[in-house]
Design a protein around this ligand. Structure first.
Ligand code: NAD
Length: 305
């Protein structure tokens, strides 16, 4: 099995490359990344070959996909605020870039595993969110991920391409960047707390998220690649936990032995109030997956900082 991982030098991609190093049945891993948010340093210790380039470079992509049995497509501008600042750039990478990846897979016959996002659900109070709910993205980012998964499903139907569109919820763990304006909530909180600064909460902190440890995600992605799992509908990738942001702060404080100070700012445009996955479809496709509990994942994450 040879794998191409787009966005392979990013947070989830580099964790996946490390996990696949020495994995039985894996003969080669190529990480294609333009290093816009990822870094070569993330791949230290992994045996992946880093190709610095963009998914917007179609000839490059075609050549790399031709040598792969499976493509795990993670490359994206993965941020709601960045998509509000520059919607066209998000569309170019997340939607057009995905069509490029699909075209490359169509030519090579590679199996495609795609990272979509829970942000496609957007404006709905239904909880947990099951995959057949109407999608109403609240941000250009959510709209671009919805376009990406719709294209993947259309390529499956139109060309028989083996695809698996996974809707990631909130993934966290080592290598997730902190200390910048677009940081995800867990690295932002851990980073601030370790520096003795207040954590910034948007709104009242009672908004909830369904967190999945990155170690669980990469095990599942490797399993999907090796068993060539496909889906003709999107599949939530989360385990149905519903954790308020305020509870997360308490748990981080318990691990650090000191409760972080909290600074409240207004809720952000484009953020959803509650996010919890229905996970029966995931359970049917991956019956043996056993997620790392949040407390353990947070300890690993704090230890990495
Ligand atoms: P990340 O920013 O760490 O990884 C994305 C990688 O893509 C980076 O290494 C970046 O340099 C690379 N990239 C960006 N534009 C590129 C381009 N044009 N060509 C090649 N590489 C490019 O983010 P992540 O958290 O690892 O996210 C991986 C995927 O998972 C993304 O598709 C994201 O939308 C999706 N996702 C992540 C989460 C999460 O909680 N982390 C939640 C939902 C969906």
């Amino acid at each position: 099995m040879r794998l191409l991982i787009t966005g392979g030098a990013g947070f989830i991609g580099a964790n996946l490359c490390a996990f696949l190093t020495g994995f039985p049945g894996v003969r080669g891993v190529v990480a294609l990344d333009d290093l816009s948010t990822g870094s070569a340093a993330n791949l230290e210790g992994a045996s992946a070959e880093l190709v610095e380039g963009s998914i917007l470079d179609r000839p490059l992509l075609d050549g790399l996909a031709a040598a792969a049995d499976t493509v795990v497509h993670l490359a994206a501008r993965p941020s709601v605020p960045r998509s509000l600042a520059d919607p066209v750039a998000s569309h170019d990478v997340n939607a057009t870039g995905t069509v490029n990846v699909l075209e490359a897979c169509r030519k090579s016959g590679a199996h495609l595993i795609l990272a979509s996002s829970s942000s496609v659900y957007g404006d709905t109070e239904v909880s947990p969110k099951h995959e057949d709910l109407a999608t109403r993205p609240l941000s250009p980012y959510g709209a671009s991920k919805l376009a990406a998964e719709a294209y993947a499903l259309a390529y499956g139907k139109s060309f028989g391409l083996p695809v698996l569109p996974l809707r990631f919820f909130n993934v966290y763990g080592p290598l997730q960047a902190a200390g910048h304006a677009y940081a995800a909530v867990i690295p932002a909180f851990v980073d601030a707390a370790l520096r003795g600064e207040p954590v910034t909460v948007h709104g009242d902190g009672e908004q909830t998220r369904d967190f999945t440890y990155v170690g669980t995600v990469v095990r599942l992605l490797a399993d999907a690649a090796l068993r060539r799992v496909t889906g003709d509908t999107p599949v939530n990738l989360a385990f149905g936990t519903r954790v308020p942001v305020n509870r997360l702060i308490t748990m981080i404080g318990e691990i650090l032995g000191k409760a972080p100070a909290v600074r409240h700012v207004p809720a952000r445009v484009g953020d959803v109030r509650h996010s919890q996955a229905a996970c029966d479809r995931l359970g049917r496709l991956f019956p043996t997956v056993d997620p790392v509990p949040l407390g353990d994942g947070l300890k690993h994450t704090v230890a990495w900082f």
